[in-house]
Design a protein around this ligand. Structure first.
Ligand SMILES: Nc1nc2c(ncn2[C@@H]2O[C@H](COP(=O)(O)OP(=O)(O)OP(=O)(O)O)[C@@H](O)[C@H]2O)c(=O)[nH]1
Ligand SMILES: [Mg+2]
Length: 219
């Protein structure tokens, strides 16, 4: 089987202050590696990963790894619009990075309108938090995530704990959104692309409905 074949492509954006570990999460997820010394992202980096969301349904995940540094903001902002999913990442040991999450969220929602982005909030560097360097309580983070309509998960790229789970959670959330109609494939918007029949036509096939309503003959 060709592992690069896919039925859906989702564009996912990584968001959060500089040094919270966005690039490290992607490195752990796509290469299963962790680097103590990793270059700060300049502008935007690009990663690809494939995931089978249900038997026979493969999704190509296109990740835009944005730089958290303010000076790159004009570049990174231009990637928000064509995203369907966002990982909002903060460092559990850095209170400011948590306080800034709402700003990241608002900025993306504003730019992606009239489409919408589905989010997962990640409390990152859980290895350090569990070692006593925690600056944000789990209950507080869960409360903010719920206000943003997003699930919350704590992860560590250093140990690998919950990294795959965070990406899987977001991917499945988008996929469920497609199934329920909350997310739709649209012309002129690249958040979701399909290589074949759309979810609507797949649902019709399942329900055994005709692909097009028969028009009555006018002659
Ligand atoms: N202890 C610990 N350190 C981490 C973890 N993830 C990343 N780091 C370290 O945090 C630093 C910053 O990581 P990056 O992945 O570059 O952070 P970033 O969010 O991509 O930063 P920008 O590209 O500037 O936006 C690096 O020194 C990493 O080694 C983690 O889970 N635990
Ligand atoms: Mg980075």
């Amino acid at each position: 089987m060709d592992l690069t074949l896919w039925q859906y492509q989702f564009r996912i954006i990584m968001l959060g202050d500089s040094t919270v570990g966005k690039s490290s999460m992607l490195k752990r997820y796509t290469e299963d590696q962790f680097l103590e010394c990793i270059n700060q992202t300049v502008g935007v980096d690009f990663f690809v990963h494939f995931l089978e969301v249900e038997p026979g349904v493969r999704v190509k995940l296109q990740f835009w790894d944005t730089a958290g540094q303010e000076r790159f903001r004009s570049v990174t902002r231009s990637y928000y619009r064509n995203s369907v999913g966002g990982l909002l990442v903060f460092d559990l040991g850095n209170r400011d990075s948590f306080n800034h999450l709402k700003q990241w969220y608002d900025e993306v929602c504003e730019r992606v309108h009239p489409y919408s982005v589905l989010f997962v909030v990640v409390g990152h560097k859980a290895d350090r938090a569990n070692g006593g360097e925690r600056a944000v309580d789990r209950a507080e983070a869960e409360k903010l995530a719920s206000q943003l309509g997003a699930p919350y998960i704590e992860a560590s790229s250093k140990t690998g704990h919950n990294v795959k789970e965070a990406f899987d959670l977001l991917t499945r959330r988008v996929y469920q959104g497609l199934k329920s109609g909350e997310v739709q494939v649209r012309d002129g918007w690249d958040g979701v692309k399909t290589s074949g029949p759309t979810m609507k036509s797949l649902q019709r096939v399942k329900l055994n409905e005709p692909a097009e309503e028969k028009k009555s003959c006018a002659c």
